[in-house]
Ligand binder design. Sequence first.
Ligand SMILES: C[S@@+](CC[C@H](N)C(=O)[O-])C[C@H]1O[C@@H](n2cnc3c(N)ncnc32)[C@H](O)[C@@H]1O
Length: 343
Amino acid sequence: MTLLETILIKLGIAPKPIFDTSLNLARAKTILVGNKLGIFEKLSGHSLSAQELATELDINEHGLSLLLDALWGVGYLQRKQGVYTNAKVAQKWLVESSPRYMGNLLRHFDDLWEPIGWLDEAVKAGKPVRNLYDYMSEHPAAWRNYTLGQKDMAMASVSEIVRKVKLPPQARRLVDLGGAHGYHSVAFCRKYAQLTAVVIDFESAVKAGQEVVNQEGMSDRVSFKVGNYITDDIGNGYDVALLFSIVHGDPPETNIATIKKVYDALNPGGLIAINEILSYRGKKESEFGLLFALNMLVNTPRGESYSYDEVRGWLQDTGFVSISRADLRRLPAYSLVLATKPA
Ligand SMILES: C[S@@+](CC[C@H](N)C(=O)[O-])C[C@H]1O[C@@H](n2cnc3c(N)ncnc32)[C@H](O)[C@@H]1O
């Protein structure tokens, strides 16, 4: 789109709803399909024509040509005399050998395509047509995309998180509720030499997480426990508890109970660290947070995005002190909420 066209849309002269819907829908799916078909992987370090790529992928050349041109149009490929290569954005974020790889996460977003199509039904009923966890239980590949996708996201922000979440110097034991891939625990254990961690999650997440931790060579410090942090014992004697991207999956009363459980499981002076997509960014309601609440509506029975004030209230009422918040810069929609159990 030209600058003039963008201005005309902003001024309300050109019809904004067309571009907010049809264009965004097509742009999103084009990138997801490029990722799904492995196009960015094939073009990593290679320049190929549509014909060569169609032969390599064993798919129709006409359909592929249209997709490649669209990927060029949205800025994910470069095109010169009918030959394609990755644009910087694809090479940086969508090629597996890159430390910034987000391809698993995009595969997970692809798995969310169908449920977001049922948004109208979910809005009318106030609940999802299908619970994502039920679906994933029957589709192990989807669960793997989900867990490794969360790891992709963790990779983007973990160095900032470890810098902003300062553990008490005597910290020895960490519990990571719904810790899935275990990568946050790995990073904390790397920074704090005395620390060991236990990740509590469902069986399918633990399976993928164990692979990640083995690859990182940290299985002697980061262990896994298959379990449900709501209904099962989570242990005790911890110096720090991570509740990263789990609060949005549960209703308020469950979150209050989980925070109380964590309070009881922490040593005096212990730290609780919550990482969340909050519905407010600073004093302003966040577009991402508000849209994410719909994502929760279509995928979970009662998940939603919460405000900092709500989360702070739950912590305060439980007895936590020194409650603070830090917005993440490397993952712009996310915020840390930190609090301490009195010593
Ligand atoms: C959005 S992911 C977050 C993963 C990781 N904490 C992170 O921030 O990257 C939520 C994780 O919580 C797990 N989970 C959700 N409810 C759970 C429960 N009641 N007991 C154990 N794990 C749960 C899911 O299986 C999933 O791995």
